[in-house]
Design a protein around this ligand. Structure first.
Ligand SMILES: *Cc1c(COP(=O)(O)O)cnc(C)c1O
Length: 306
C-alpha cells in the first residue's frame, strides 16, 4: 500500500493491521501532498523487487487541500491498484469542482473535533460511489450483519437481524454526534468560505516576510484544516508566539517512516528528502472560521516582529 509519510499516523496504521506493508512516498514541496512522480517510481521499484504485491494507493488531503487526484488516479488505474482518499482533513475540499470521491474507490473522513467538520467527540465516515461496496461496509460496521443481498431468496424462521454473515466490527456513528453533525453540515459551506478568507488574509500579509506561505493545487479549494507556513527557525518562532499567548502546532514533527513501529517498512526510491526537510520547518497557525480580524492581525504582527 503506497501512502505518504508526511501525514498523521492513522493513514498508514491500517496497513499492517491487514498484514500488508506500507511503502512510503515523498511529497510535493508546495502542496505537501503525495508526489505523483515519486508514486509512479515507487510502484515500479516495488514491482521490480518482486517482494511485495502492490494493491492500493492511499492519497491524503493534507491540511485540507485535495491531493493531485487526476495524476494519482491515472497511475493507480494503469497499475490496476485501488485508490483510497484519506480526506480526514479535507472533507469538503474540491478539485475542479469535484470531491475526492470522484477519483477514489473509497474516501475516508474524520469528524474528530479538530477537523474542519468536527463533532463533539469521535466520529467518522466512509464514502463510496460503489453501491455494493457501500452495502458491504455497512454490514462490516455493524458486526457483519446480513444485508438485503445476503438475505435475498432465503427463508427464515426467525428475524434475520441477528444473522451475521461475516466478521465485522463496531463502527457505528453515535446518534448524538450525528445530530450535531447535521446542524453543523448546514453551515459548513459558509465555514469553508470563512476559512478561505482567513487563509487569503494570512497569505497576503505573510508572503513577504521570511517564511513560505501555503500553495493550493491549481483548480483546488482547500478546507484549511491547517494554515501552515515554513520557517528555518521554526522552534524559535513557536516560542516567540507562545510568549505572546499565540498557540501554534507542528504537523508533523516526525514523519511516519521515522516512527519506530514503522521504521522497517520501505520508502520509495531515493528516500523521502522533501518529507524530512518539511518536518523540521513547518508550523501551523491558529485557524478556524470564527477567527476575527483583530486576532488575526495580532498573529500577523507577532510573526512580522519575529
Ligand atoms: C485525523 C486523521 C485521521 C484519523 O482520524 P480518526 O478520527 O482518529 O479516525 C486519519 N488521517 C488523517 C490524515 C488525519 O488527519
Amino acid at each position: 500500500m503506497f501512502c505518504p509519510s508526511f501525514t498523521f499516523t492513522a493513514t498508514a496504521e491500517i496497513v499492517p493491521w491487514l498484514g500488508a506493508s506500507p511503502v512510503f512516498v515523498d511529497i510535493d514541496p508546495y502542496t505537501y501532498n503525495m508526489d505523483a512522480e515519486h508514486l509512479a517510481a515507487s510502484i515500479e521499484m516495488v514491482k521490480a523487487s518482486g517482494k511485495l504485491n502492490p494493491k492500493v494507493v492511499i492519497a491524503v488531503d493534507l491540511f485540507g487541500q485535495p491531493a493531485n487526484y487526476p495524476a494519482i488516479s491515472e497511475i493507480a488505474r494503469n497499475h490496476d491498484l485501488k485508490l483510497i482518499a484519506d480526506s480526514a482533513q479535507g472533507f469538503g475540499c474540491t478539485l475542479y469542482g469535484q470531491h475526492p470521491s470522484s477519483w477514489s474507490d473509497i474516501t475516508t473522513t474524520s469528524f474528530f473535533p479538530a477537523k474542519p467538520l468536527g463533532c463533539y467527540g469521535d466520529g467518522g465516515a466512509i464514502l463510496t460511489n460503489d453501491a455494493s461496496l457501500a452495502e458491504l461496509m455497512e454490514s462490516l460496521a455493524v458486526h457483519g450483519k446480513a444485508m438485503p443481498r445476503d438475505i435475498a431468496g432465503r427463508h427464515f424462521d426467525h428475524d434475520p437481524k441477528y444473522w451475521n454473515v461475516r466478521i465485522g466490527m463496531n463502527s457505528r456513528l453515535d446518534t448524538i454526534q450525528a445530530a450535531i453533525l447535521l446542524e453543523k453540515l448546514a453551515i459548513f459551506p459558509d465555514e469553508i468560505a470563512a476559512r478561505n478568507r482567513i487563509a487569503a488574509r494570512y497569505s497576503e500579509h505573510l508572503a513577504n516576510v521570511a517564511v513560505s506561505v501555503p500553495e493550493v493545487i491549481s483548480g483546488g479549494v482547500s478546507t484549511w484544516a491547517q494554515y501552515t507556513i515554513e520557517h528555518t527557525r521554526r522552534d524559535d518562532l513557536a516560542a516567540h508566539l507562545k510568549a505572546k499567548g499565540i498557540p501554534t502546532a507542528v504537523y508533523y514533527p516526525i514523519p511516519i517512516h521515522q516512527q519506530e513501529p514503522y521504521a522497517h517498512f520501505p520508502s520509495g526510491p531515493g528516500g523521502l528528502p522533501v518529507t524530512e526537510e518539511k518536518a523540521g520547518r513547518v508550523i501551523s497557525l491558529p485557524m478556524h472560521p470564527y477567527l476575527e480580524e483583530d486576532a488575526q492581525d495580532l498573529i500577523i504582527r507577532a510573526i512580522r516582529d519575529f
